[in-house]
Design a protein around this ligand. Sequence first.
Ligand SMILES: CC(C)(COP(=O)(O)OP(=O)(O)OC[C@H]1O[C@@H](n2cnc3c(N)ncnc32)[C@H](O)[C@@H]1OP(=O)(O)O)[C@@H](O)C(=O)NCCC(=O)NCCS
Length: 196
Amino acid sequence: MGAGDDLCPRYSVVARRLARHGGIVLIRREAAGDAAAIRAVTAAAFGRPGEAGPPAEATLVDELRASGAWLPGLSLVALDAGGDVIGHVVGTRGHVGQAPVLALGPLSVHPDRQRRGVGSALMHAVLGAGDALGEPLVALLGSPGYYRRFGFRLSGEYDIDPPRPRWRPHFQVRVLSAYRPGLRGTFAYPEPFDRT
Ligand SMILES: CC(C)(COP(=O)(O)OP(=O)(O)OC[C@H]1O[C@@H](n2cnc3c(N)ncnc32)[C@H](O)[C@@H]1OP(=O)(O)O)[C@@H](O)C(=O)NCCC(=O)NCCS
């Protein structure tokens, strides 16, 4: 039995994974001076062999940071024991109809540090932070096989439409405490997502 199993069973899988790899991982808000490290981690996570230039996701994080959709409390980094940035996640201002909600992503873990629970730690942290801030829901485009474990469901279950109908099989929503069923309509990402 590992640390955290008795006190907090919901997080025991993440805790066991982190412990198995001997890793200390701390999650905190992005601080001044983190931008270059976040860009590097995002580029490493999304980069494909033979691709020229940085992947679109790395540029997207910088464009979001420069936009009005940036929410400083929801850009989180994962640090290793040496204080190096090994992962990042960001929630920014999206909308369902006129209602403000969160858009999630990019989520990145450095390829050398994947499958050790870092991505899960970042996801739990950003969802908890969004809930504490009174946000009603978080939307993202991604693999349902990965995001289901964090409580995401296909957005259609909540009568929320993706910005592009063909995204329906991968467009997901995680409702938070402030969610009310009247919140339905078409989701809109902040403008920088349209450039990717
Ligand atoms: C997705 C990502 C953030 C996960 O980070 P991580 O630290 O490896 O995540 P965790 O260790 O918490 O969880 C790993 C588990 O997620 C699973 N997983 C990862 N990507 C998955 C996917 N696309 N679909 C289903 N499962 C996935 C792994 O199989 C692993 O499960 P297993 O060890 O039981 O087989 C990381 O793989 C990454 O940065 N990928 C490249 C960028 C990316 O795709 N980001 C998400 C865009 S929506």
